[in-house]
Design a protein around this ligand. Structure first.
Ligand code: PLP
Length: 397
């Protein structure tokens, strides 16, 4: 039996009744874009996050782009982010007219390295920091960046923070006041509701979350043709609206999100325990950060062999991401080279995402780990056989 990487059909089964009802309502009211479903979802997601405001948008890339525009980023500015992320993080910066500037990641959390960031900012402030406007930390794989410390650095250097929370719905960071959701510590948090996310729609969708009313209004304006009323346009904006069907799906799934994330955490704990004796390194979870396990990622120098074995045994897996952004052709104009960000580069050569979704069974976790163990054992056997052959050849010479 194939082990799926994610199982959206199983998710849908849990929300079928509610969705059928909501879709019927949308159909009879013929309110397809915006409307009550979107307004209710915005309120409910804001409550879930502990944010003052949420604005629904068409996708996560737009959420990042419009958030950056709303905080004043534009042509000629520079925005710091990490090379180890999905292309959309940097593409959104480029779409504002600004230039992405990369800082390497931490080898444990795989998120923005705060010592590397401080070093970069201190060096940069000696010559020219004038163009730097913002930092876009990425909560990669669902593990939040160390946001409390990052906020202190950003404040010290007068930079805004736009959180890329596109993989971190429900992840949390421990502060002095208690746990805070990823996406509400910086100036704006950006979410994607692409179907495979922990909170996923039945198509594209996105949102920003913020405690700053001015930013919320600006994003709203930018995402809806700069509209103040139906035919009064304050600025030339964009069309980036969330539609009612997606909002209805998101409302139904939001009710399950805590339960589904908890199940992901249980699966992650089982993976960790079972993988502990093997020569693979799961991304560690520090006590003050709570991942929502969008992905469960291990690192191994034998990654490619493990991956081939899993695929042979019909166990779906993935590499997130095989090429760090500074080495992507689309961003070659930035002038970075191989070797510039060694930790991101090493990670992209060794990471492997194992199946992870809330409906995974214990047997599926066991079969996945056993297959990883088998793959490692066969590479060890192959290495011993190679050594014996070399020894025999050497003796014959
Ligand atoms: C880290 C990250 N940033 C941005 C995005 C962009 O989101 P969307 O695909 O909804 O535009 C994604 C989506 O995969 C993502 O994983």
């Amino acid at each position: 039996m194939r082990i799926k990487f994610i199982d959206l059909a199983a998710q849908n089964q849990e929300i079928t009744e509610r969705i059928e009802h909501e879709l019927g309502e949308i159909h009879s009211r013929t309110a397809y874009v915006g409307g009550e479903q979107v307004a209710e979802f915005e309120k409910e997601f804001a409550r879930f996050l502990g944010a003052e405001r949420v604005v629904g948008l068409a996708n996560g890339t737009d959420a990042l782009r419009l958030a950056l525009l709303a905080i004043g980023v534009g042509a000629g500015d520079e925005v710091i982010t990490v090379p180890m992320t999905f292309i959309a993080t940097a593409a959104a910066i480029v779409q504002t007219g600004a230039r992405p500037v990369f800082v390497d990641i931490d080898s444990d959390t795989c998120n923005l390295s705060l010592p590397a960031l401080r070093m970069f900012l201190e060096e940069k402030s000696r010559d020219d920091r004038g163009r730097l406007k913002a930092i876009v930390p990425v909560h990669l794989y669902g593990m939040p960046t160390e946001m409390i410390e990052l906020k202190e650095i950003a404040d010290e250097f007068g930079l805004k923070i736009v959180e890329d929370s596109c993989q971190a719905h429900g992840a949390r960071v421990l502060s002095k006041e208690g746990w805070i959701r990823a996406g509400v510590i910086g100036d704006v948090g950006c979410f994607s509701f692409y179907p495979g996310k922990n909170l996923g729609a039945w198509g594209d969708g996105g949102a920003i979350a913020t405690n700053d009313e001015e930013i919320a209004q600006r994003v709203s304006l930018l995402g809806n043709h700069g509209r103040l009323s139906h035919y009064a346009h304050e600025i030339c904006g964009y069309n980036s609206r969330l539609d009612s069907i997606q909002a209805a799906v998101l409302r139904a799934k939001l009710e399950k999100l805590d339960e589904w994330n908890e199940r992901r955490r249980i699966i992650a704990a089982a993976y960790r325990e079972m993988l502990a004796p093997l020569e693979v390194l799961p991304i560690p979870e520090p006590a003050h950060l709570e991942s929502c396990y969008h992905l469960f990622v291990i690192r191994s120098t034998k990654r490619d062999f493990i991956r081939t074995t899993l695929i042979e045994k019909e166990i779906e897996c993935g590499i997130h991401y095989p090429v760090p952004l500074h080495l992507q052709p689309a961003l070659s104009y930035l002038g970075y080279r191989s070797g510039d960000f060694p930790i991101s580069e090493a990670l992209s050569d060794t990471v492997l995402s194992l199946p992870m979704h809330p409906h995974m069974t214990g047997m599926e976790v066991i079969r996945t780990v056993e297959t990883v163990a088998e793959a490692l054992a066969s590479t060890r056997k192959a290495a011993v056989a190679r050594q014996q052959t070399s020894a025999t050849i050497a003796a014959d010479l």
